[in-house]
Write a protein that binds this ligand. Sequence first.
Ligand SMILES: *Cc1c(COP(=O)(O)O)cnc(C)c1O
Length: 390
Amino acid sequence: MTHPHAYPHLDAAAMSQLAPETLAVAAGRPERGPDTPVNPAVVLSSTFVGLGGVGEEGAIGYARVSNPTWEPFEEAVGRLEGAELPALVYSSGMGAIAAALSLVPVGGVLVAPQHAYSGTLGLAQSKAERGELSLIGVDIADTEATAAALDGADVLWVESPTNPMLEVADLPALVAAARAAGVLVVVDNTFSTPLGQKPLALGADVVVHSATKYLAGHSDVLLGIAVAATVQLRERLHAHRTLHGAIAGPFEAWLGLRGLRTLALRVERSQATAGELARRLDAHPAVARVRYPGLPADPGHERAAAQFTGFGSVVSIEFDDAASADAFVARLALWLPATSLGGVESTIERRRRHAGEAQTVPEGLVRLSVGIENVEDLWEDLRQSLEAGR
Ligand SMILES: *Cc1c(COP(=O)(O)O)cnc(C)c1O
């Protein structure tokens, strides 16, 4: 990543020394010059004047292959994930996930968590039904069982913490086992964000994100990102994007970078609030169970404390049945009853209302995506709804 940028006195080595919250602000700004803008321009052009020969450096040619508005966002996320190469932006998280799943060879074996993003599992299952691959579902928190499933596998897919059960994987141990078995590791790092954990530093091969969530952070855009550890893997992902066409619009990519600038502030606030709300919910008699790795009694707590720099901004709580969960959500005034997560506004939903959710997710499980509002306002709303239901 040797693009000319806005900080000519910071060379590549100095840039890589910067703290993540600094990188999120500084990376991907245009080259400095008299009266140059501090933000990248939105380039609205489907084609580019082709003065360079085909394949020559600088020959973008056509906007399905590359776009100058993608590059600053791709550079910034690549740096945040500690990659040596820029990331690749896609039109959605699923676009990036489809590209990463294409790394499983035809007839190959994919090992994936039984609880993971429903779209990821849905795509993997449909590929399995078509005979394109074999899918082995594992309890990703069970390191021994997951490692045992790697024998003869091609790709290990990891989410940690998982959506929506918030199980925590022993990522260093799983990556080591996968490498020993010659298995590629893809990590969906959407929930942790690059501030929470950096899978590439542990030896993972590819990191994907639904940038729709924390990276963009304002529930106003769908975007995906993939970060590859090697040039070869990046070329395969890039070819998939170019040929399947899951490309981001320039304005969407610009919004992604605009959102990324405040990632550290948003995550810091929402994570602190999530921890406080999880403690209060855990102490409330109307809640049957709280799942949050930040709680000392949570099964994933020790691992999360050792591996993440924070416990995240998603909390899952359980009620005895679907009806009590639905009634609890319906009585809320401030929490928006909406799917998705990672925005500045707090959202909440009972996950099993989606037909595609894993049947092993409890019917009464409600997932909270904690935003950046005042903690007491958020708590007061939860409290009044819990009390009204008793
Ligand atoms: C939302 C989500 C996705 C899918 O991303 P889209 O941007 O909606 O396509 C993938 N993985 C996780 C963990 C998610 O939360």
